[in-house]
Design a protein around this ligand. Structure first.
Ligand code: N01
Length: 531
């Protein structure tokens, strides 16, 4: 039998692809990474919009697999800005000499399994095909831009931008009338800065969003040193948290309904003063019990009405869904921006967009003249990047066919009928509900060990069984059903992309999931066939 060119083909050179390459080498495997972008960094390579930064704290949003790496890298801010995270990704690539096995500016278009040889052929838009025994999709969960199909969009004469495809040279909005469509995390971060620069900013809001303050600040070197002195403890605490972060501000393990109004209010005030996503860790049932969530919701809405001066604008900005049902936004002056005289809020629930014209955006209420349009409209999340690659498994079956009723995986790692194909942070794993770097590490380490065990067992092929996959999909649905997540139209459900099948894609609960992955290994890779 011919040997494939490499043991492993890896698609994507974001954090997942970089660590997978490093892991493959450590396990003695040859690997080739293919990356569509011009350099490493994945999401941090593409998302260069004003204000882009991570809303998981720097000390937690970093690799912990190599102690020298985590000790030597110095973060400058509590929440690292995009350029600094990109520098970190470059540092990781250089430190482990990863670039020599990465083909940049090359997009994977197809991956086809050959039943006879047991090899995958990976086809790209540039250069020769790659044959490999294993394929790892490190394609990112939020990497495929969602640009809504608005009538007339192509007729607009000014420039348009998507937050996730921001020009590398930056954009100067000075003196311009700018429209931003969308009010998710990317919009919440960019709107305050665009408003400061532009002549006028019009925000087109379809669903109001909740935002908790970041209170970003320079990271005190002493504080950083203290954390590094026992970094292992922080990493371990994070792995015990349902979202794989928050070790710096642990969850309060009591019900919001078990304490007095005064005590609860004081805890919300304290968390608000600390800032960040761990606000939702104030109580253990905020995403499980509607009445508990309502207490947090009322608190946040109270803050919104304190910040926004015009009661009519405040009413339009007030969300009605469960807080945290859509990804909570972390902001620096988002709501206060609507107090500025040069900012207008357009509520698309009252006056929907009819068309984009040569001169701007026309809603049922008015035509808004604009010099530039920013689409902060998010991503075809979790499945978008995979759907754009023609992936064919056993018998030439397309992944699109296997997933026609929504994504189906075992552990979010493998798909029945697609041997030796792995998805890092795929649907059916905790993924986007967590600190992505922790989830990436756990998946890469699981795959690395899985392939070592496979070799030790004298096998070359691993595949999820259809029965194990069916049971896993049912399990993920039942866990999601215990939470409040499915109660709103979020991108977790695919609700933001017209026509996308609605399935709650990630699995809540990181520590339980990790234990399940461990148990399955201990049980001889239960639910997988190895040959
Ligand atoms: O995208 P989104 P995002 N007409 O999907 C609206 C991560 N992230 O790029 O809610 C009008 O959240 C849409 O409205 P609706 C984070 O996980 C992290 O902001 O669908 N509006 C929504 O308001 C985040 O959750 C960080 O009704 C339309 C917005 O566009 C995820 O990425 C920073 C529309 C899209 O919001 C995605 O965030 C940034 C239409 N046709 C992002 N279509 C940090 O770590 C969509 N919208 C800080």
């Amino acid at each position: 039998m011919d040997r494939p060119q490499v043991d492993m083909a890896i698609v994507g050179a974001g954090f997942a692809g970089l660590y997978m390459l490093h892991m493959a080498r450590q396990r003695g495997l040859t690997a080739q990474v293919v990356e569509a972008g011009g350099d490493v960094g994945g999401t941090w390579y593409w998302n260069r919009y004003p204000g882009a930064r991570c809303d998981v704290e720097s000390m937690e949003y970093s690799f912990g697999f190599d102690d020298d790496l985590q000790q030597e890298w110095e973060w400058t801010e509590r929440y690292a800005p995009q350029p600094e995270i990109l520098r970190y990704a470059n540092h990781v690539a250089d430190r482990f000499d990863l670039r020599r096995d990465i083909r940049f500016d090359t997009r994977v278009t197809a991956a086809t399994y050959d039943d006879e040889s047991g090899h995958w052929t990976v086809t790209t838009d540039r250069g020769p095909v790659i044959t490999a025994r294993y394929v790892v999709m490190a394609t990112g969960c939020l990497s495929t831009a969602n640009i809504p199909d608005i009538p007339g969009a192509a007729t607009f004469t000014g420039p348009t931008y998507h937050t996730g495809r921001w020009p590398h040279e930056g954009v100067d909005f000075t003196g311009q009338r700018v429209g931003v469509i969308g009010t998710g995390s990317s919009a919440v971060q960019s709107i305050p800065l665009i408003a400061e620069q532009a002549d006028h900013l019009t925000v087109f809001q379809r669903t109001p969003t909740y935002a908790v303050p970041a209170w970003n600040r320079p990271l005190d070197p002493v504080e950083q040193k203290e954390i590094k002195a026992d970094y292992a403890a922080l990493r371990a605490a994070n792995r015990q948290s349902s979202s794989a972060f928050g070790g710096l501000q642990p969850r309060n393990d009591v019900s919001a309904l078990a304490v007095s109004d005064e005590e609860r209010h004081a805890e919300y005030e304290r968390r608000w003063a600390v800032g960040g996503l761990t606000f939702l860790g104030a109580y253990n049932d905020l995403l499980l019990v509607r009445a508990a969530n309502e207490t947090a919701r009322q608190f946040v809405i109270g803050k919104l009405h304190e910040i926004v001066e015009d009661p009519e604008v405040a009413a339009k900005l007030t969300p009605d869904q469960v807080v945290g049902c859509k990804r909570l936004c972390v902001d620096t002056g988002y709501w206060a921006t609507f107090n500025r005289p040069n900012v207008t809020l357009v509520d698309l629930r009252e006056t929907p967009i009819e068309a984009i014209t040569e001169r701007g955006i026309r809603t049922t209420g008015a035509e808004h003249e604009l010099d530039a349009i920013v689409y902060a409209t998010g991503f075809d999340a979790m499945t978008g990047a995979l759907a754009r690659i023609d992936i064919r498994g056993r018998g030439g079956r397309p992944l699109a066919d296997a997933w026609s009723a929504g994504p189906r995986t075992y552990l979010g790692l493998m798909v029945a009928g697609f041997p030796n194909l792995f998805t890092i942070t795929g649907p059916g794993s905790p993924s986007v509900l967590t600190n992505m770097i922790e989830s990436i590490q756990q998946h890469v380490e699981w795959i690395g060990r899985c392939l070592a065990d496979l070799g030790a067992a004298g096998a070359t092929t691993i595949e999820a069984t259809p029965e194990a996959q069916d049971a896993w999909v049912d399990y993920v649905n039942s866990v999601a059903g215990f939470t409040l997540f499915p109660t709103c139209n979020s991108w977790y459900l695919g609700a933001n992309v017209p026509g996308k099948t609605r399935v709650f894609m990630p699995l809540p609960g990181f520590p339980t999931y990790v234990q399940q992955c461990e148990d399955i290994v201990a049980d001889g890779y239960r639910g997988f066939t190895r040959a």
